[in-house]
Write a protein that binds this ligand. Structure first.
Ligand SMILES: *[C@@H]1O[C@H](CO)[C@@H](O)[C@H](O)[C@H]1NC(C)=O
Ligand SMILES: *[C@@H]1O[C@H](CO)[C@@H](O)[C@H](O)[C@H]1NC(C)=O
Ligand SMILES: *[C@@H]1O[C@H](CO)[C@@H](O)[C@H](O)[C@H]1NC(C)=O
Ligand SMILES: *[C@@H]1O[C@H](CO)[C@@H](O)[C@H](O)[C@H]1NC(C)=O
Ligand SMILES: *[C@@H]1O[C@H](CO)[C@@H](O)[C@H](O)[C@H]1NC(C)=O
Ligand SMILES: *[C@@H]1O[C@H](CO)[C@@H](O)[C@H](O)[C@H]1NC(C)=O
Ligand SMILES: *[C@@H]1O[C@H](CO)[C@@H](O)[C@H](O)[C@H]1NC(C)=O
Ligand SMILES: *[C@@H]1O[C@H](CO)[C@@H](O)[C@H](O)[C@H]1NC(C)=O
Ligand SMILES: *[C@@H]1O[C@H](CO)[C@@H](O)[C@H](O)[C@H]1NC(C)=O
Length: 583
């Protein structure tokens, strides 16, 4: 062994491994065939039993007798676009004599979305204008904010530095500005002076400029909104910490209107709703006869329009349309795939270890519990709540799947949408992972041989480890598993491991055949797991990729040749210049 060379390699690529540490992202190709997956069937059976029990439960945390809902678990799979669906009509809605909406919920029944609207708002922006302007200051497009930008120079405690707030900061909830103006959180809109004093607040003069004269009703027009907003203290400096705002989404819509010279509603309809055929989705004023309207209509909040704050929370949709929206995002139907990937990333982390914040996503980091490997699935979700309605969309890009939940009821228990997501996610994430593994096992596992180069390997999958396992990798008499870890780590491994993960790169030829790239991770499984260290890690895989290269070709890169029928023909080791045919 030539030790000096190996030490130099080690210094460049040192990364410790305990359990298998895959790259972030899918560890198998996306699953698409769910009908034959025993894991998916078991998950669907569990969900059916769980929601059957739910629908009979009138306790204060469920209230099935007054809460109607629709759920869909969807996939971009052409074969099985709908994995599970469930609709429950509350007894109180079925019995209602006075409702102007539907009496039974289904995939086309229209609910209010509340803040799930924000996904549509960002989507409309990205389809109309991409994200090239996202690092530009909002003051470039909103004159009211430009005129006030200097105030923060003199007094940053009392004024938002609007020239430091970018479009991306608003979309990613990093502006630091106030949450709402005159709405929702504003006590003077909900209580009269006497009631407010009873709650411990001092009286405000009618002439006090800080007392909103508009809000829930009458709604603020644009002039009033900015007059009020510019009096409001910032919560934080821009980009300091995520802090949810509805005002940010109202401002985004004004900016896009200035850029494109069209109304935001027109852009929403022309660039998202019509191209995707979302015929049960409405920016405002939906037809009541398609609606699911619990209780007394005027109390349900069905009619209430948010006015200029519509882009933050006004929209209406059906569960079928929300699933179509989710599929369209995952399929990049309206956006370039690279932009979709950029959109499905966090804008910042949050104070919760397993959570981040995106545009406008809440990002949850879900652990798939492999016995011998680390695996994190990032879930991108957006919830909403308005009047008698609650909603949730969850996207799981690692599986090109997700779920939609729409809820309506006179008294929806507080956490219903997330309680449902907990039930769905606990079943679906492990089942989708298992379905992807079953599919990978059927497609890739087997012996691969290159007679000319005297090279071979075997691929397998295991239920307790992520990715495709490489075994018996030999090149002209040399054990390449050991060599790979030696070259990468700079020492002789005790328990060398080579596993392959999809790189997300495919070349599709005119005849339908493909070259599909996978990236390998070289690890010594004998190293200690480091779960309690502050800086040392046993999962720093991302630092090590392409750490061993022979004539510009990486030892950790493999290309599958897949024929037009989807059958794997061969695997090519780029560094070894070897094409091993599948036996
Ligand atoms: C569904 O699965 C969960 C988790 O495995 C389990 O706790 C629950 O009892 C199951 N529910 C039903 C109705 O089978
Ligand atoms: C109803 O739901 C609550 C909350 O999940 C649960 O504690 C209770 O056991 C359920 N009741 C029945 C009869 O299943
Ligand atoms: C729903 O069920 C609860 C618990 O049984 C009951 O107290 C309530 O009156 C029911 N509501 C309606 C509208 O039936
Ligand atoms: C729940 O409430 C509905 C309607 O109020 C009633 O018909 C049903 O029997 C209740 N279910 C249980 C388990 O109490
Ligand atoms: C029926 O609907 C009307 C109009 O929304 C409302 O004024 C009335 O209170 C409702 N009646 C009942 C019994 O809910
Ligand atoms: C906005 O409201 C104010 C106060 O009610 C009014 O004076 C102004 O004309 C309104 N502006 C627009 C553009 O409607
Ligand atoms: C939506 O409506 C349009 C126009 O009526 C129709 O062409 C289209 O097929 C509908 N789309 C869906 C998904 O139903
Ligand atoms: C195998 O290695 C030997 C030398 O160690 C070399 O002579 C031979 O050409 C190699 N064979 C192949 C197929 O690379
Ligand atoms: C091929 O490799 C084997 C060891 O795996 C070795 O015994 C054999 O001599 C090699 N054959 C050629 C032609 O290089």
């Amino acid at each position: 062994m030539k030790t000096p060379l190996l030490l130099a390699v080690a210094a460049a690529t040192a990364a410790l491994a305990g359990p298998n540490c895959p790259p972030l992202g899918p560890v198998y190709e996306k699953p698409y065939n769910f009908k034959t997956s025993s894991a998916i069937q078991a998950a669907v059976a569990n969900l059916t039993a769980s929601f059957t029990a739910w629908d009979q439960n009138n306790s204060s945390v469920i209230r099935a007798n007054t809460t109607s809902y629709s759920i869909e678990v969807f996939s971009t799979s052409k074969e099985n676009p709908l994995i599970f669906s469930w609709h429950h009509t509350a007894a109180s809605l079925a019995a209602a004599t006075n409702t102007s909406g539907v009496r039974k919920t289904d995939a086309n029944a229209v609910y209010r979305l509340g803040s799930l609207t924000k996904v549509f708002t960002v989507y409309a922006w990205l389809v109309q204008d991409g994200d090239a302007k996202w690092n530009e200051p909002i003051t470039k497009y909103v004159p009211e904010l430009a005129a006030a930008a200097d105030r923060a120079k003199a007094d940053p405690v009392a004024n938002v530095p609007w020239d430091e707030v970018t479009i991306g900061a608003l979309a990613g909830q990093l502006s630091g500005a106030i949450r709402d103006y005159g709405l929702m959180s504003e006590i003077t809109q909900e209580f009269n002076q006497g009631e407010a004093m009873g709650l411990g607040f001092p009286p405000l003069e009618d002439s006090d400029p800080m007392l909103p004269k508009c809000g829930e009703w009458p709604q603020c027009n644009r002039t009033e909104f900015f007059n009020g907003l510019l009096r409001a203290y910032p919560s934080f400096a821009p980009f300091a910490t995520p802090a949810y705002t509805n005002t940010g989404y109202q401002i985004l819509a004004y900016a896009l209107e200035a850029i494109k010279g069209k109304s935001f509603q027109t852009m929403m309809e022309e660039s998202v709703l019509q191209p995707l055929g979302l015929n049960h989705t409405y920016y405002r004023d939906p037809p009541a006869e398609e609606g699911i309207i619990p209780g007394v209509r005027s109390e349900s909040g069905w009619n209430y329009q948010l006015g200029d704050e519509n882009p933050a929370g006004n929209m209406y949709s059906s569960v079928g349309d929300i699933s179509s929206l989710g599929r369209a995002i995952l399929r990049s139907t309206l956006l370039p795939p690279a932009l979709t990937r950029r959109w499905l990333k966090p804008a910042s982390m949050s104070s919760e270890l397993v959570a981040g914040v995106g545009y406008p996503w809440g990002v949850r980091r879900v652990v798939v519990p492999y016995r011998q490997g680390k695996r994190v699935v990032d879930a991108f979700n957006k919830a909403g709540r308005i009047g008698y309605y609650a909603s949730l969309l969850v996207l799981l890009p690692d599986y090109d799947a997700g779920f939609s939940v729409l809820i309506a009821g006179e008294d929806i228990p507080g956490n219903t949408n997330f309680n449902m997501a907990d039930i769905l996610g606990a079943q679906l994430v492990p089942a989708l992972e298992a379905a992807a593994r079953e599919q990978a096992e059927a497609k890739f596992s087997g012996e691969y041989v290159d007679e000319a180069r005297n090279a071979s390997l075997r691929l397998t999958t295991q239920s307790d480890r992520p990715g495709l396992g490489v075994e018996n990798w030999v090149s002209n008499g040399t054990d390449m598993q050991t060599i790979a870890v030696v070259m990468q780590g700079g020492y002789a491994p005790v328990s060398p491991s080579v596993r392959l993960y999809p790189a997300g790169l495919e070349t599709v030829r005119a005849d339908g055949s493909k070259r599909v790239a996978f990236k390998a991770v070289f690890e010594d499984l004998n190293l200690p797991a480091r779960t309690d260290s502050m800086f040392s890690t046993d999962c720093g895989t991302w630092v090590s990729f392409t750490g061993v290269v022979y004539g510009t070709q990486p030892l950790d890169q493999f290309i599958f040749e897949v024929d037009a029928e989807g059958k794997v023909v061969s695997i090519e080791s780029l560094a070894l210049r070897s094409v091993m045919k599948k036996r």
